[in-house]
Design a protein around this ligand. Sequence first.
Ligand SMILES: Cc1cc2nc3c(=O)[nH]c(=O)nc-3n(C[C@H](O)[C@H](O)[C@H](O)COP(=O)(O)O)c2cc1C
Length: 208
Amino acid sequence: MQPDESIFSVNETLKTIKERRSIRFFAKEEISDEQINILLQAANEAPSAHNQQSWRFIVLKGQKKLGLAELVAEGASRFSRPAQALLRMAARSIVSAPVVIAVANSGELIDHGTELFKVEKEMARDFFRTMEIQSSAAAVQNLLLAATSLGLASVWLGIMFLMKDEVLAFLGEPAGEFMAVVPVGHATRESGSGPQKEPFEMKVKYLD
Ligand SMILES: Cc1cc2nc3c(=O)[nH]c(=O)nc-3n(C[C@H](O)[C@H](O)[C@H](O)COP(=O)(O)O)c2cc1C
């Protein structure tokens, strides 16, 4: 069944949700500090478990951005396919984007969780780690949608989780948890429309 495209023209928010696609290569055009600030503020408005807001955003430009790409490209050779190919592609995306925003969890919620709720230690860790990841995922999605709304292109890169210790150390967040690396820029004209979504009816069940 074809999706009902008309619902996405109901308002600007739905239009932006529909328009957002992963774009992995970028035009040689800068994005402004004002645009970066908008993205960071939109990300920071996300809901978070226990209102902990334990996300951290690390903005990389210039030599630091190229350094991250180099780290990822060099690290890629330690892995076999397809991880190696995905890491190399991620490194190329980072090089091509004018700015990269990395997202890490601070771990604060995990640290305080056991004191906050009187549940068994292992359960508390599992619970609060999951809550932190979900909260930061909401922040990343806000960032992606804000980028789309500004006419910018972006992609959520998760593959560097494979090298998370090195990447977090490079980002200056050695005690944090790796969430995402998001290159942001202007789409090249060749950027396609992205993969089709499966019909939502396949994912839904109604209990009445
Ligand atoms: C948690 C997460 C991790 C992802 N990691 C990568 C990645 O490492 N490399 C990549 O090219 N795309 C990555 N993506 C983007 C997905 O490939 C993309 O969202 C998917 O193919 C659907 O395409 P769309 O975003 O255009 O709708 C990731 C997306 C998510 C949500």
